[in-house]
Design a protein around this ligand. Structure first.
Ligand SMILES: NC(=O)c1ccc[n+]([C@@H]2O[C@H](COP(=O)([O-])OP(=O)(O)OC[C@H]3O[C@@H](n4cnc5c(N)ncnc54)[C@H](OP(=O)(O)O)[C@@H]3O)[C@@H](O)[C@H]2O)c1
Length: 239
C-alpha cells in the first residue's frame, strides 16, 4: 500500500498525517479548498496537492481520477452554537462538510479500490458523546460513525477496512476556534476557556496532532487487518 489521500491535508491533523506518511516513503496526495496551506504542507516533499471541495460531488469524483490505497477523510469543520441559535443553513453546512463529505470521499474511493485498502475517518469524541453548543457538529460526527460501521460490513470481504479515529481536543485551528467560541459565549479569557475545554480530558491537556497520527498509522498498518468498523478514541480517557 503506497498511495495515500488525505482530505483537509493542508492544515492541522491532516497536515501531520500527510507529512508522516510522506516521511516514510508513501506517495501522498492532499486535498483542500485553499492552495496556500496545501502548498505549505507539500514543501515537506513526496506530497502532491489537489484543490477540491469535498462537499461538491463532481469535485470529489474528479479527485479519484487515480486510485488510492489509503484514504483518510479528515476534512471537517466545527460550529459552536446552542440549538436554539443554530440556523438551518449552519446545521446543513456542518452536516455537509463533516458527514456528506466523508460519504462522498469514501464512496468515490471505493470505486477504484478493488483489491484491499484502508478507509479512515477522522471523527471525534463528539461522535461518541453529545455536548452543549456542538449539536450540529456532534450529530454530524455521530453520523460519520454510522457510516463507518456500516461501510465496514460492506467491504469486509474485499480486503478493505473502514475505521474511525475519535480525538478529543487537538491543538489545531479548529480547537482554537472552539476556544474562541467558549471565550465569547462565557465572556472568559483564553486560559479559562482552554481549561474548560480540556477539563473533559482526564489528562487535562490538549492532544498533540502526532498522537492522532499514531492511531491513524496503526489503522493503516498491515497489523490492523482484523480491525474493522472500529472507533478508536484518542482522548486521554475522556470516553
Ligand atoms: N482539532 C480538534 O480538536 C479536533 C478534535 C476532534 C476531531 N477533529 C477533526 O479533525 C479533522 C481535522 O481538523 P483539524 O483540527 O486539523 O482542523 P483544521 O486545521 O481546521 O483542518 C480542517 C481541514 O479541512 C479542510 N476543509 C474544510 N472544509 C473543507 C471542504 N469543504 N473541502 C475540502 N477541505 C475542507 C480545511 O482546508 P480548506 O479550508 O483549505 O478547505 C482544513 O485543511 C476534522 O474532521 C475535525 O472535525 C478535530
Amino acid at each position: 500500500m503506497t498511495r495515500v489521500l488525505v482530505t483537509g491535508g493542508g492544515t492541522g491533523i491532516g497536515r501531520a498525517i500527510a507529512q508522516s506518511f510522506a516521511a516514510s516513503g508513501h506517495d501522498v496526495t492532499i486535498a483542500g479548498r485553499r492552495k496556500e496551506p496545501l502548498e505549505d504542507t507539500a514543501r515537506a516533499g513526496n506530497i502532491a496537492i489537489r484543490l477540491a471541495d469535498i462537499t461538491d460531488e463532481a469535485q470529489v469524483t474528479a479527485l479519484f481520477d487515480q486510485p488510492y490505497d489509503i484514504v483518510i477523510a479528515n476534512a471537517g469543520a466545527g460550529a459552536g452554537t446552542r440549538v436554539v441559535d443554530t440556523s438551518l443553513e449552519d446545521w446543513e453546512r456542518t452536516l455537509r462538510v463533516n458527514l456528506t463529505g466523508t460519504f462522498l470521499t469514501f464512496r468515490e474511493a471505493l470505486k477504484s479500490m478493488q483489491s484491499g485498502g484502508r478507509l479512515i475517518a477522522i471523527a471525534s469524541t463528539a461522535s461518541l458523546q453529545g455536548g452543549a453548543n456542538i449539536a450540529a457538529y456532534s450529530a454530524a460526527k455521530h453520523g460519520v460513525l454510522g457510516l463507518v460501521r456500516s461501510l465496514a460490513q460492506e467491504v469486509a470481504r474485499k480486503g478493505i477496512t473502514c475505521n474511525a479515529v475519535c480525538p478529543g481536543f487537538v491543538d489545531t485551528e479548529i480547537a482554537d476556534e472552539a476556544v474562541r467560541n467558549v471565550m465569547a459565549h462565557l465572556n472568559i479569557d483564553r486560559d479559562a476557556a482552554t481549561a474548560r475545554l480540556v477539563a473533559r480530558n482526564p489528562m487535562r491537556r490538549m492532544i498533540d496532532p502526532a498522537e492522532v497520527v499514531a492511531a491513524v498509522r496503526f489503522l493503516a498498518s498491515a497489523e490492523a487487518t482484523m480491525v474493522n468498523g472500529h472507533a478508536l478514541s484518542v482522548s486521554g480517557g475522556e470516553i
